[in-house]
Design a protein around this ligand. Structure first.
Ligand code: CS2
Length: 508
């Protein structure tokens, strides 16, 4: 049931966003182009975080608006935290995206979500939704850990969540178990399965997802695995939009922009947005009319995105936090960090890509501008979380190529040393923030090794995190040297020692 305009936030002061509040919003706030509640549900999304709300859900609303085809409402699933589900339900599944740049805030209320589901409270319901005949697309943003993959790239069948889902397939707790449960139900009724599109920042995301799903299905029933292998498409896709971490200041900005209306599910993001999807067959919203592109192969695009944008985010987060900055925008406005970031992209990540020199220069310029957007509070602790999953695709895959080609990698070395130093400082007053990482407990043990060079050696030897690096002994020595300097010296001095002469003292 919809709330009415008398619904108030818990403070009791501001009215809460909901269908009843739409009419009273300021004129320049864009409303959903259809009556919320009039949509069919053609999409299930696993991972209802800020990124999903500022990206796929928004562009799905735009696609429905462009064509009038209203079959593409989204049943969105929060995989662990209940708060966003509670907030959406209290707001008739409405929320606002604020696209912010240079002081301009474009506000749009999104009404593309038809249901918000908290997976741990309704595991059977999630499987049913995936299997619903009207659902033609399942999208995912569940982070790398959500794919349940071992370093070999195959399903980590020994992990507790996977073992749980194999034992208890009707009530799965992993995204993989939910997908396989839903697909098994489609097969039982002889239906057409949905297309499953990964939107996570990992290499060959569709192929990795397919491999996890097939491995899991084969452990249940070989015939199911064969059927999925023959009938279900898992196109790779590359998403791009920088989305804020969801700070209280953004809630306040949203309230101002909404004329005093309270929105507990708002998201702030940059205006820039792309979505590159591998061609697939079947019905889908006309995302291509509103910013998405279909291509035969996403690989080149994916490597450029992961290595230039996401890799440099890690550099700015790990080194920038040690310099005392808390957001990407603050760090990239610092001359030494900005020079390091540009050098990293132009001389370490760039040479491993197929981009032409002018294209690389232009991309680096555009990225530095996007990173500096002061209206987006993208916090270091958020970008830096799950570093042990992010290191290989974003940093050391390129580093490996550079080392093999004899190219120096001073920025990547410093990035790794800074990451190790986060673990050193954990629990001390100088800690850059709480460390959230799937391997945090094991890495804390390595961080207890007193000698920085021995500590660096132990971290860098972890092939499950960094992959297999050529000249390993040399890399370990350099990371140990950088770690020693970070402990002893001022961060900007440590950076400047690693800058090429043309970058020293030059502000872009
Ligand atoms: C960031 C990404 O937190 C992170 O890991 O690097 O969320 C990044 O902002 C997006 O991929 C941009 O498209």
């Amino acid at each position: 049931m919809y709330s009415n305009s008398n619904s108030f936030g818990s403070a009791g002061l501001s009215p809460r966003l909901g269908v009843g509040a739409l009419r009273g919003l300021p004129e320049d706030v864009t409303r959903p182009p259809f009556t919320p509640g009039s949509l069919g549900t053609g999409i299930v999304h696993l991972g209802c975080g800020a990124f999903h709300r500022a990206h796929q859900a928004l562009i799905t609303q735009h696609a429905m608006s462009a064509t009038g085809d209203r079959r593409w409402g989204i049943s969105t699933v929060a995989m662990s935290r209940p708060d966003v589900v509670g907030a959406l339900r209290a707001q008739d599944n409405l929320y606002t995206t604020l696209l912010r740049d240079e002081g301009v805030v474009r506000a749009e209320v999104v009404g593309a979500i038809t249901a918000a589901v908290h997976a741990p409270s309704d595991r059977i319901g999630v499987v049913r939704r995936v299997a619903d005949p009207r659902v033609r697309i399942v999208t995912l943003t569940v982070t790398t850990g959500g794919y349940c993959l071992a370093p070999s790239g195959r399903l980590d069948s020994g992990s507790d969540p996977v073992r749980h889902d194999l034992r208890c397939s009707a009530k799965p707790c992993t995204a993989i178990g939910m997908l396989v449960g839903g697909l098994a139900a489609v097969r039982r009724r002889g239906g057409t399965p949905p297309v499953v599109i990964s939107c996570d920042n990992l290499s060959a995301n569709g192929r990795q997802l397919r491999s996890a799903v097939l491995d899991f299905a084969a452990l249940r029933d070989d015939r199911l695995a064969n059927w999925i292998g023959r009938n279900v498409q898992f196109p790779c896709s590359v998403v791009d939009r920088i989305v804020a971490s969801g700070a209280d200041t953004d809630d306040a900005a949203a309230r101002t922009r909404l004329g005093g209306v309270d929105d507990r599910a708002q998201v702030s993001a940059e205006p820039f947005m792309t979505w590159t999807i591998e061609n697939f067959e079947g019905e889908r919203p006309r995302w291509d009319l509103v910013g998405a592109d279909y291509v035969g192969d996403v690989t080149g695009h994916e490597l450029a995105k992961l290595r230039l944008l996401n890799g440099t985010h890690l550099l700015l987060a790990y080194v920038g936090a040690l310099a005392g900055y808390s957001t990407i925008a603050e760090a990239s406005a610092d001359p030494a960090l900005s020079a390091l970031a540009r050098q990293f992209m132009l001389y370490e990540q760039g040479p491993t890509l197929t981009l032409a020199e002018t294209e690389l220069q232009r991309t680096v310029r555009d990225l530095m501008r996007r990173f500096r957007n002061p209206d987006i509070r993208h916090e270091m602790t958020r970008v830096g979380r799950n570093g042990s999953d992010k290191m290989l695709p974003r940093v050391t895959a390129a580093m490996r190529e550079n080392l093999a080609a004899g190219r120096p990698t001073p920025a990547a070395i410093l990035l790794i040393a800074a990451w190790i130093h986060w673990f050193d400082l954990c629990g001390t007053p100088k800690a850059p923030g709480q460390i959230i990482d799937p391997r945090a407990a094991e890495l804390a043990r390595l961080a207890a090794i007193p000698d920085p060079h021995r500590r660096a050696r132990a971290f860098v030897a972890r092939t499950d995190i960094f992959g297999v690096l050529p000249h390993l002994g040399h890399v370990q020595q350099e990371v140990g040297d950088a770690l020693t300097e970070l402990i002893r010296d001022n961060v900007s001095e440590v950076i400047e020692r690693r800058l090429r002469p043309e970058f020293v003292g030059r502000v872009a």
